[in-house]
Design a protein around this ligand. Structure first.
Ligand code: GDP
Ligand code: IMO
Ligand code: MG
Length: 430
């Protein structure tokens, strides 16, 4: 049984916690897109880990972690992360597999990311400035450098010299030197080489041996390059199709899809957030939810649960179930609002509009539900939740049309409710 776990909102839904929690049911965890723009927080062994490129199953001994061709890799960021994890006593050894077809983020991609944002001025995306977009640009323009290219220094030298010269023409003040870039890549290959493999072949053989695989998404559905709130998106397919293209696996390798959604909404960076709360309530959610970027530390914009957006994620990804996270953040609020539709230029929309100008003109239509006074923080069984919290979850299930198979009530592994009666129960035996 292989499942995909991906974001059903604008990222930071708590994918890291959920993937880590479910990992004991799987032998392999595979990231299919994104790069170190991702920050997946996991609390384990009494410590906090923020995983960026390493799949969130890495903390479990014996689990093989795969970085697919759809991921863009900054070698220095990868090594820094490996060192951090190793310093915490996590043995990686041969548990890591990196696709030879994954594209590299090179120093000029970071420069170009900053430059492009500066040039956009008020239209800036609010990127993580990690060079993600420019690296994917090079991939699509067919001039990118792939991990496997590092094995052939001669061909690599000519490609890098050409690319650096081209970039130095775009950024006249750049002092980047191709020889320095190449020297770093040579060192990177010496360290990375042993982990590099044909990922599609590895996963195909794993499937033949009935080894269970979890596919881990980064970012979220509304940040997807095709299906998100374009242009305020990331540059990869965070949605379900990314699993096939980003790992070289067929659609029938995916037996189930679990979407991760917060019990409210957050977004970091620019772009419309229909249910955004800018006043006191927004601050209340940010403070109690500790909504500050795991990677950049930027404050996240907060708002009520947007069922239109999550319903869209259900449709685009064919979600079987949701993992509803951070229910505890809503503890103590007298009432809660849920956006069930948008009101846009006199019409009511129940589907997410694709056009950003239209989305920006939308007002959320809210339904109000009672809050709860007893805390849900740390509650481990659905029956132990206050009745209003159960009613809130039930209403979200009704509006989105999928069961909340997992309800998370804290950042620790044990602060989780796994619904035994849910259709997803067979995925989580351990
Ligand atoms: P990801 O990118 O989807 O993995 O999510 P992030 O790690 O960027 O952000 C989620 C944040 O919420 C992290 O700080 C988690 O530790 C935290 N978190 C996850 N689930 C819960 C929960 O149920 N309750 C609370 N209070 N925090 C949670
Ligand atoms: P995880 O995996 C939340 C956002 C950035 C920006 C836009 C484009 O932790 O959920 P990029 O650097 O990718 O070109 O930035 O996407 N973004 C994220 N927001 N969570 C993430 O990852 C994100 N990765 C990128 O803030 O708005
Ligand atoms: Mg994150």
């Amino acid at each position: 049984m292989n499942i995909a776990v991906l974001g059903a909102q604008w990222g930071d839904e708590g994918k890291g916690k959920i993937v880590d929690l479910l990992t004991p049911n799987f032998e392999i965890v595979a990231r299919y897109q994104g790069g170190h723009n991702a920050g997946h927080t996991v609390y384990a062994n009494g410590r906090k880990f923020v995983l960026r490129l390493l799949p969130s199953g890495i903390l479990h001994a014996g689990v093989t972690c795969v970085i697919g061709n759809g991921v863009v890799i900054d070698p220095q960021a990868l090594f820094a992360e490996i060192d951090e994890v190793a310093a915490a006593g996590i043995e990686i050894g041969d548990r890591l597999i990196i696709s030879d077809k994954a594209h590299l983020i090179l120093p000029y991609h970071r420069e170009l990311d900053l430059l492009s944002e500066a040039r956009r001025g008020e239209r800036k995306i609010g990127t993580t400035s990690r060079g993600i977009g420019p690296a994917y640009e090079d991939k699509i323009a067919r001039r990118g450098v792939r991990v496997g290219d590092l094995a052939n220094m001669e061909a690599l030298a000519s490609a890098v010299q050409h690319n650096v010269a081209a970039r130095n023409r775009i950024i006249p003040e750049s002092t980047m030197d191709a020889d320095n870039v190449l020297a770093d890549l040579k060192k990177a290959w010496a360290r990375m080489g042993p982990w590099v493999k044909d990922v599609s072949l590895f996963l195909s053989e794993a499937r033949q041996q009935n080894r269970a695989i979890m596919f881990e998404g980064a970012q979220g559905t509304l940040l997807d390059i095709d299906h998100g709130t374009y242009p305020y998106v990331t540059s990869s397919n965070a949605t379900i199709g990314g699993v096939c293209t980003g790992l070289g696996v067929p659609p029938r390798a995916i037996d189930g899809v679990l979407g991760v959604a917060k019990a409210y909404t957050t977004r970091v960076g620019e772009g419309t957030l229909p249910t955004e709360l800018t006043g006191e309530m927004g601050n209340r959610l940010r403070e109690s939810g500790q909504e500050f970027g795991a990677v950049t530390g930027r404050p996240r914009r907060c708002g009520w649960y947007d069922a239109v957006a999550v319903r869209y994620a259900v449709r685009v990804n064919g979600l079987d179930a949701l993992a509803l996270t951070k229910l505890d953040v809503l503890d103590g609020l007298p009432e809660l609002s849920v956006c069930t539709a948008y009101r846009c230029n006199g019409t009511t929309l129940t589907e997410m509009p694709g056009d950003q100008a239209q989305l920006a003109a939308c007002e959320p239509v809210y339904e109000t539900l009672p809050g709860w006074t007893e805390p849900t923080a740390g509650v481990k069984s659905f029956e132990d939740l206050p009745s209003e919290a159960r009613a809130y979850v039930a209403r979200l299930e009704e509006i989105t049309g999928v069961p909340a198979a997992v309800v998370s009530t804290g950042s620790a592994r044990e602060d989780t409710i796994i619904r035994k009666d849910s259709i997803a129960a067979k995925w989580f035996r351990r």
